[in-house]
Design a protein around this ligand. Sequence first.
Ligand code: ZN
Length: 253
Amino acid sequence: MPLHPDDHFLYALSSNNAWAGYKSHQNPHFFPKLADGQTPQIRKPFSPLSNSPQANRLPPVWLGCSDSRCPETTILGLQPGDVFVHRNIANIIAPTDINTSAVIEYAVAHLKVKHVVLCGHTSCGGAAAALGDSRVGGVLDTWLAPLRAVRYANKEVLDAMKDERARGTKIAELNVEAGVNVLMANVTVREAIEERGLQVHGCLFEIGCGRIRDLGLGTKGRGGLGLDGQEDVVRGRHAQIVFRGGRGEMSVK
Ligand SMILES: [Zn+2]
């Protein structure tokens, strides 16, 4: 019996937990070996997603990295038709990227998804490249520029970390935070948050153990007034607005 059957995001996390436990039980070396590197060899035909907005279980939209070790449907323990997906190198969310923007627009405005999940991961090659000082070449340096900007904006924190893996994980987390900020500034996303309680999440997939960690960003964080189950009060000189469940109520003092 799955936990949280009514909350698709929490259901996905509990499903992921069960899958990771099962995989580890089957083969204790599976995740540690996977964390050492990727060698994709099998390519299966693409299965078209069922995108009917009338479906009872609306799929979340998943924004993730193209890395072959992070196939969202598999790691969430889901099936084709369960999740709407956009993946790119290092899960970079840039407001001027028409590809990412079109996926968000379609998922939020047309499919009416209830959850937007931006998920980075440990051992990300894009993160490692952004932490390096050499040119990658071609269009890749341009693509990675927002991630390099994250690196320079957090130079002190990152430089203080001597462990290479920990530094890679930290910049992956900071990259998710930057991406969630872009999502929270997207007009379509903002309208859906205010009108129907769309939830925006920031997560990190830990390849070494197979678990997804919720970073507590987005509508749970500072950008979502009253959307984390708590009340947020904005006080003015003569009145205050209490945000509760995504709605604000003004009262005069
Ligand atoms: Zn990656």
